[in-house]
Design a protein around this ligand. Structure first.
Ligand SMILES: Cc1cc2nc3c(=O)[nH]c(=O)nc-3n(C[C@H](O)[C@H](O)[C@H](O)COP(=O)(O)O)c2cc1C
Length: 383
């Protein structure tokens, strides 16, 4: 549950004197994360993640900790004003979001929000809790600033996630819930899983993402077909008026990605999230032969798919680009290619919690260089 003191601090639109002071403050004078990273990288990657999540959850219980983190990591509203957009009827303070999978159970949303993100996506959540695949199932490719994961939707299920979010929603940042079927659910019953998830969770978020693109649930990517897309979006339209987006894989042929995305939008999808992790194991030097690769190694592949989809659908749907984004320049490239929003996961592991702020500062610099007054003027500028 979000401490009241933090909620009050975070939800005011106007800059407080403290926030105005933070306009000239840009994180700690001595970067702490490189040292912390050296320690964390000595541990198994999943254990490191659990430690990080544990620290963020602990911060939620310490009075004043979240406002201190927010002062360090968030740009003041006046500085960030050019980054603000209204999408889906909600205000996004900046276009840099937390990608799905980092906070699968939505247990650290208030803490994640202090890291300077403009929106948060939780999940993937499945109808029933499930343990995921056996460990080890998360690997680093440090030289390539990449990860490979075969977690398999380990999560506490929709009931637990819903209980947590009931205390939190509506939240001070736009909140998405990413949903997926249980591993044990047969392809025939998959539609019912998505229906139950959307029906149960749509009141607790600003948008829903239908995930058909994780490589770690057998058969899931087979649901990236026109028939299933039409069916799941028809069901979604019956049960919610909230925006429903579809997340696609980077391993589709670009032409197929475009066709599927068009079918999704024609069937009512409000947006496309491109992309999930890749099963192209030639992208890293020492791959495992299972799981999905994320981070710098998938940057170009992910960009190509996104750009192809954007050329077809720009202006008809909200496009979200994700995959290998680790700088303002890369975020700007995606935005100019048609992304209203970007997301990241892996770069946070390699660059630390100051990254969202840095990306936003760099975006502001690039916009000033190009004479772009508001971020939405840059969206699709290269199309
Ligand atoms: C450890 C890990 C777990 C992930 N879990 C999910 C998930 O549950 N659902 C999902 O849609 N994407 C998941 N992703 C994919 C990310 O949301 C993102 O699409 C992908 O990693 C590419 O972005 P990145 O290069 O910034 O990491 C996961 C990624 C990683 C690294």
């Amino acid at each position: 549950m979000m401490p009241a003191v933090w909620k009050a601090h975070y939800s005011t639109g106007a800059a407080t004197p403290r926030e105005r002071r933070s306009e000239v403050q840009s994180g700690p004078a001595v970067p702490v994360y490189p040292h912390l990273r050296r320690l964390l990288f000595r541990l198994d990657p999943e254990t490191s993640h659990e430690l990080g999540m544990g620290a963020l959850r602990a911060a939620q219980r310490v009075p004043g900790a979240l406002s201190a983190l927010a002062r360090l990591n968030r740009l003041a509203p006046t500085t960030a004003e050019p980054l603000r957009q209204t999408l889906f009827g909600r205000e996004f303070p900046n276009p840099v979001g937390l990608a799905a999978g980092f906070d699968k159970n939505a247990v650290a949303v208030p803490a994640m929000a202090t890291l300077g993100f403009g929106f948060i996506e939780v999940g993937t959540v499945t109808p029933r809790p499930q343990p995921g695949n056996p460990r080890p199932r998360l690997f680093r490719h440090s030289g390539e600033e990449s990860l490979q994961n075969a977690l398999g939707f380990n999560n506490g299920g929709m009931e637990a996630l819903g209980q947590g979010l009931a205390d939190l929603y509506p939240f001070s940042l736009p909140l998405g819930i990413n949903v997926g079927k249980n591993k044990a659910t047969s392809p025939k019953a998959a539609l019912a899983d998505y229906e139950v998830l959307i029906r149960g969770l749509h009141p607790l978020c600003d948008y829903v993402v239908v995930n058909l693109s994780s490589p770690n649930t057998p058969g899931l990517r087979d649901l990236q077909n026109e028939e299933f897309l039409r069916a799941v979006l028809a069901v979604a339209a019956e049960v919610t008026a909230k925006p429903v987006l579809v997340k696609i894989a980077p391993d589709l042929e670009p032409a197929d990605a475009v066709t599927l995305s068009r079918v999704a939008v024609d069937a009512g999808a409000a947006g496309i999230v491109a992309t999930n992790t890749s099963v192209d194991y030639s992208l890293v030097r020492q791959p495992k032969d299972f799981g999905g690769i994320s981070g710098r190694a998938i940057r170009e592949k992910s960009f190509r798919i996104f750009a192809a989809v954007a050329r077809e659908l720009f202006g008809r749907a909200v496009l979200v680009s994700v995959g290998g984004i680790d700088s303002g320049a890369e975020a700007y490239r995606r935005i100019r290619a048609g992304a209203s929003l970007v997301q990241l996961y892996t770069a946070l592991v390699y660059h630390g919690p100051s990254l969202p702020r840095r990306i936003n500062e760099e975006l502001l610099e690039l916009m000033a260089r190009d004479g772009v007054k508001r971020i939405d003027e840059a969206v699709g500028a290269d199309l």
